[in-house]
Structure formats: C-alpha cells, structure tokens
Write a protein that binds this ligand. Structure first.
Ligand SMILES: Nc1nc2c([nH]c(=O)n2[C@H]2C[C@H](O)[C@@H](COP(=O)(O)OP(=O)(O)OP(=O)(O)O)O2)c(=O)[nH]1
Ligand SMILES: [Mg+2]
Length: 131
C-alpha cells in the first residue's frame, strides 16, 4: 500500500475575513499552485508542534491559538496526502515567505480565483463557510 504523507496545514486568518496563502515553488510537488502554508509531520511529532514548526520555518510566525478545521485525504497518483488543516486565529509575527515563495492575504470569497492543488477543494469550502 502507498505510504500516505501526513501534512500539518494552517489557515491563518487576520480577523478581517482574509487568510494568508503562499505560492508553491515550481520545483515542489504541485509547484506553481497556491497553498495554505504547512508541511510534513515528523515521526513522533505532535500535530500542533508540526504546525508551529512549519509556519515558523516557512512564513516566520508562531502559533498562539489554533483549532481543527478539516481533515482531507487525497491521492494524486504519484503521491497520497493527508492534510490536517487547522484554523489559526492567534499568532505572533507577521507572515512573509521566508523560502522565496510569494505570499499574500486574500479574502475568503476570492479564494476561488486562485489555483490550488486538487486536494484543497474541501479546505476552501470549510473556510468560506466561516464567513
Ligand atoms: N502545505 C500544503 N501542502 C499541500 C496543500 N495542498 C496539497 O495538496 N498539499 C500537498 C503538497 C505536498 O505534496 C504536501 C505538503 O508537502 P510540503 O512540500 O509542504 O512539505 P514540507 O513543507 O515538509 O516540505 P519539503 O521540504 O519536504 O518539500 O501536501 C496545502 O494547501 N498546503
Ligand atoms: Mg511546506
């Protein structure tokens, strides 16, 4: 059976109906598409620790308050992922792409105008249902 890659993902919101998205680098899996920042959970690591570590590495924030939003399993054929998505309502720092990736705040209603990986459909629905 194919190994499923477990990913901690953060939907960071700013209290004004906007969420922070970054663009995956061209050489990455699903490169060139927008994403919610996050990355692989390491062996033995808790989800919240993975979330905080990845958001710190990728966009320079630390998580203060997060709650589970949605769990998405998706098989891309070349790779299967389990996205553990958290709504991040409290954080320290100002998000910015630290790995050369583009980043921007986008209003929840405008998420449909950006291209995300196929797995992200249920995430976008869950975000839009909040507003
Ligand atoms: N972070 C993130 N990953 C996503 C999203 N949607 C989606 O299909 N993915 C997939 C793409 C990748 O196959 C996987 C996440 O891996 P990643 O590349 O972010 O992992 P990582 O940060 O640990 O980076 P790496 O150094 O191992 O490449 O999940 C999303 O919205 N955010
Ligand atoms: Mg990542």
């Amino acid at each position: 059976m194919k190994k499923v890659v477990h990913v901690a993902v953060g939907v960071i919101e700013n209290g004004r109906g906007e969420v922070y998205v970054t663009k995956r680098l061209d050489h990455q899996h699903q490169g060139g598409k927008w994403e919610f920042p996050g990355g692989k959970v390491e062996d033995g690591e808790s989800l919240l620790h993975a979330l905080d570590r990845e958001l710190s590495e990728e966009i320079g924030i630390n998580v203060v308050a997060a709650e589970p939003l949605v769990l998405v399993e998706h098989d891309y054929g070349d790779k299967a992922v389990k996205l553990d998505v958290w709504l991040v309502r409290g954080f320290v720092g100002q998000p910015k792409g630290l790995e050369g990736q583009e980043g921007r705040w986008v209003h929840a209603r405008d998420l449909d105008s950006l291209t995300f990986p196929d797995a992200n459909g249920p995430i976008i629905k869950a975000v839009q249902a909040l507003y």
